[in-house]
Write a protein that binds this ligand. Structure first.
Ligand code: DAT
Ligand code: MG
Length: 148
């Protein structure tokens, strides 16, 4: 629905490689609306909770180290079908296709620049975890030019 909101994060490699602007620009150009954004170096407990589904897997500790290892730009983006559409724009976890963010700017699965919630339940959980109630619901002035 139009009111769907998702959690997107630029991971520490994206920040250090100066790709924050480019990544944000992709979602802006698509027509999605930015409703919350902050830069934080997340504490380990937050990242462990965020990636709880992967606990026990071989890559889990490295994954948590990577995400805690520098600044993260955490965002909420709003729009029609934004959860699935932003995942498509990010590209697959493995061998992301050219034209996607991961496909265009990354090589390794463990340095893949960006996170996006994979379903509505995850979006709700991750938004609560990273932002609590913090977001700004401002009027989207160009909505009628993006949606029919
Ligand atoms: P995604 O980030 O596409 O939602 P995921 O939730 O399956 O992917 O995994 C979370 C992150 O963990 C992913 O962005 C990169 C890392 N990861 C996943 N599978 C991996 C693997 N087989 N080896 C190394 N890192 C992996
Ligand atoms: Mg995931």
């Amino acid at each position: 629905s139009l009111t769907q909101t998702t959690f997107i994060a630029v991971k520490p490699d994206g920040v250090n490689r100066r790709l924050v602007g480019k990544i944000i620009q992709r979602f802006e150009e698509k027509g999605f609306q930015l409703v919350a954004m902050k830069m934080i170096q997340p504490p380990r407990e937050l990242v462990e909770e965020h990636y709880a589904e992967h606990k026990g897997k071989g890559f889990y500790n490295g994954l948590v180290d990577y995400l805690c290892g520098g600044p993260v730009v955490a965002m909420q983006w709003k729009g029609k079908g934004v959860i699935a559409r932003s995942r498509a724009m990010m590209g697959a976890t493995k061998d992301a296709a050219p034209g996607t963010i991961r496909g265009d700017f990354s090589i390794e699965v463990g340095r893949n620049l960006v996170h996006g919630s994979d379903c509505a339940e995850a979006a709700e959980r991750e938004i609560k975890l990273w932002f609590g109630e913090d977001k700004i619901n401002y009027e989207d002035a160009c909505e009628k030019w993006i949606y029919e």
